[in-house]
Design a protein around this ligand. Structure first.
Ligand code: FPP
Length: 263
């Protein structure tokens, strides 16, 4: 293996064939419009290799990058990645600092790749409370990719699902001041307009890696009827094959939205 080659570059013909056949199968079914991904297991991936947890996060960024062409090939319109939760501040200071630097680096260095691939990037969450440089880089990334029309990537940064609902409730209350009658009539559709990035529809599928089976405050409102797929793969090992398998698993589920099944 040359120094520039990663194990992922050394894919075998059999691996390529598997990937292509899974893609073909996924494309013959119903493609979810909005997928959410909880990228879990970076730390365990690194520690199991005798590396520092931060190296797991760096490898996690590479996984995210590998996913983008696969999302495009599937024709998925929206994908939300859980990058940094409102609870992640509890981690050791050096790890938080490393994640900030990584987000900054990624937002700056991958800008042209996003533009080239027609990907629009939108940060969601209380990301404006992040360090100034991170806020600037994310704002610039969003601005420079605004015309991307193939896929919208939502980066959940300093994001919490409960916080999103609280923030939406406050905005809604402010916007209805003096209009109490209309407030009484407001329902889910009116409320939805105040979520972070209201153009993003409900989430059809949430994928979580690393074997953990919980939502961890991710997209609580929009994932109300999402199908959940939990994989025993650590995020840095996740690739297009895992994504295609998850889509196929989703296609095998019967979504009833509270209705009864049809014979
Ligand atoms: C969970 O793994 C992952 C995170 C808290 C951060 C997710 C971040 C990345 C994939 C990299 C940063 C992404 C960008 C876009 C810059 P964990 O640390 O909880 O793993 P563990 O459960 O094994 O400890």
């Amino acid at each position: 293996m040359s120094i520039s080659e990663s194990p992922h570059d050394m894919r075998s013909k059999a691996g390529d064939d598997l990937e292509e056949s899974l893609l073909k199968r996924a494309l013959s079914g119903n493609i979810p419009v909005h997928v959410g991904i909880v990228m879990d297991g970076n730390g365990r991936w690194a520690v199991s290799r005798g590396m520092k947890r931060s190296e797991g996060h760096r490898a996690g960024v590479e996984s995210l990058k590998r996913c983008l062409p696969a999302l495009l090939r599937l024709g998925i319109r929206f994908c939300t990645f859980y990058v940094f939760s409102t609870e992640n501040w509890k981690r050791p200071r050096e790890e938080v600092q490393f994640l900030m630097d990584l987000i900054l680096e990624y937002a700056k260095e991958d800008r042209s790749d996003f533009i080239r691939q027609g990907i629009r990037v939108i940060p969601i969450g209380r990301w404006r409370e992040m360090p100034r440089q991170v806020v600037q880089a994310l704002s610039r990334l969003a601005m420079d990719t605004a015309s991307g029309d193939k896929l919208t990537v939502l980066l959940a940064v300093n994001y919490g699902g409960r916080q999103e609902i609280v923030d939406a409730a406050k905005e809604l209350a402010i916007s209805y001041v003096g209009r109490e009658k209309e407030l009484q009539a407001a329902g889910e559709e009116e409320f939805r307009q105040f979520l972070y990035e209201p153009s993003a529809p409900d989430v059809d599928l949430v994928i979580r890696t690393s074997g953990e089976m919980r939502l961890s405050n991710f997209l609580l409102w929009r994932a109300a009827y999402a199908e959940l797929v939990f994989l025993d793969v650590l995020w840095p090992d996740f690739g297009p094959v895992d994504l295609y398998k998850s889509i196929i698993e989703y296609q095998g589920r019967e979504r009833r939205f509270g209705d009864v099944g049809r014979e």
